[in-house]
Every structure is written in structure tokens, then in C-alpha cells.
Ligand binder design. Structure first.
Ligand code: URA
Ligand code: SF4
Length: 210
């Protein structure tokens, strides 16, 4: 299966998934969307009201702001992949629970392996915690770090910037640096493409007994 087919397959599984309790209240699961060869994946928290209605990521107020931020960075929405750590809406937009994050993680892992992006941009703390456990967003936002064979940049969540105006100039400044960081990521990955530490556990070694 090529990357595009793999993404379609994952989307089909997500649409009917019952692995966690979020499936009871969802209207539409939101697998995420974007080209299979995207160099950047943006990963938010979970679907909100409008995303649950439409089955598409970041289509409400936070999504409109994300579109502006992308445009400001010279990126088209159609050239990046956008998704979430949980694919079904937590009721009332509550935080996703640890068991829900754990149940849903396999889908995101498979999406990342299929797309193999140069940069993952985390939007908000749940997505950040997956790649950089234990760090504080106020200390690391906008900084690009190597994680295995790619780079991760933590950004404030666009919804946080809409609700708390003090974050707005920071998220705008962080997005504005994306073209420069993408150039840097391309250069470094062409110099040293392989993982310093594996992204996922290596396949168990097949030991022959004979
Ligand atoms: N907020 C998110 O984290 N994800 C969405 O898809 C929409 C809003
Ligand atoms: Fe399945 Fe993820 Fe939806 Fe839970 S949130 S039902 S694990 S797709």
C-alpha cells in the first residue's frame, strides 16, 4: 500500500472506530486531512463542535485563525497535513482523557509513518506532550527540536491565542519563522536523514535457531 492508500485505510477505520468511549457521542470522526507527501504535519488536540459536524479538522474559529497563520507563513492549507491526537470530539470540548489518548494514538502513529514529514508542529499541550513529555510550552514554543528522524516544533494552540490575546503575537511570530525552519529541516535531514533514536520500536529481530 502506498502512503495515500494507507491514509485512506486509516480514515476508514477511524470513521467506524469504537476503541474508546468518545465514539458514543461523536457525529463524525475526524481522521485528519492533507497530502500524503506533506513536509509538515500540524497536530491539534481533538475535534470541536464544527469539526464533529463536518468530519474535517480545524474548520471552526480556531481553524480560521490557523488558515491566517498558514497564509502568513506562505503555506497553503492544501499543502500541509492537519489532524489531531484524538479523532472524536470530547463532549463539551473537555480535555481528552489518558485512556482516550492511548486508544487513539495508534492511528496518529500510522499517519506519521505513512506521511514521514520533515516537521511536526504540535498545537497545544496534549499534542506537545506526545513528542516532548515534561516540557513547558512557555519555554519551548517556536523552537525546533530533532526527535528521531524528523523535527518537532511546539506552538501555542490557535484557540488559546483567540481566548487569551497575550498569546497572539507569540503564535504569529512562531508561525512567521516556519519557512526558515523548514529550510533548515530540509538541509539537516539531507545531511543526516536517519534517526538518532528510533521513532518507533524496531521490529523484533528474527533470530534463526539454525
Ligand atoms: N481544535 C483542535 O485541536 N482541533 C481541531 O480540529 C479543531 C479545534
Ligand atoms: Fe477510536 Fe480515536 Fe475515536 Fe476513540 S477517539 S473512538 S480511539 S477514533
Amino acid at each position: 500500500m502506498n502512503a495515500e492508500e494507507t491514509l485512506k485505510q486509516i480514515a476508514q477505520e477511524v470513521a467506524v472506530c469504537t476503541r474508546c468511549d468518545l465514539h458514543f457521542s461523536r457525529k463524525n470522526a475526524v481522521p485528519g486531512e492533507g497530502p500524503a507527501n506533506a513536509e509538515i504535519m500540524f497536530i491539534g488536540e481533538g475535534p470541536g463542535f464544527y469539526e464533529n459536524e463536518q468530519g474535517r479538522p480545524f474548520v471552526g474559529a480556531a481553524g480560521r485563525f490557523l488558515d491566517e497563520l498558514l497564509a502568513q507563513a506562505g503555506l497553503k492549507r492544501s499543502e500541509v497535513w492537519i489532524g489531531n491526537v484524538v479523532k472524536c470530539r470530547p463532549p463539551g470540548n473537555r480535555d481528552p482523557q489518558p485512556d482516550e489518548l492511548a486508544a487513539c494514538d495508534e492511528y496518529l502513529e500510522r499517519q506519521i509513518q505513512a506521511i514521514d514529514p520533515k516537521i511536526i508542529v504540535t498545537l497545544g499541550r496534549f499534542s506537545m506532550a506526545k513528542f516532548m513529555p515534561g516540557v513547558k510550552i512557555s519555554q519551548v514554543h517556536g523552537q525546533m527540536r530533532r526527535v528521531g528522524k524528523r523535527f518537532v516544533i511546539a506552538m501555542y494552540h490557535p484557540a488559546a491565542a483567540l481566548h487569551q490575546p497575550k498569546y497572539k503575537p507569540q503564535i504569529m511570530a512562531d508561525f512567521a519563522r516556519l519557512p526558515e525552519l523548514l529550510e533548515k529541516a530540509r538541509a539537516e535531514l539531507s545531511r543526516s536523514p536517519s534517526a538518532q533514536e528510533p521513532d518507533e520500536p524496531a521490529e523484533p529481530q528474527q533470530l534463526s535457531l539454525f
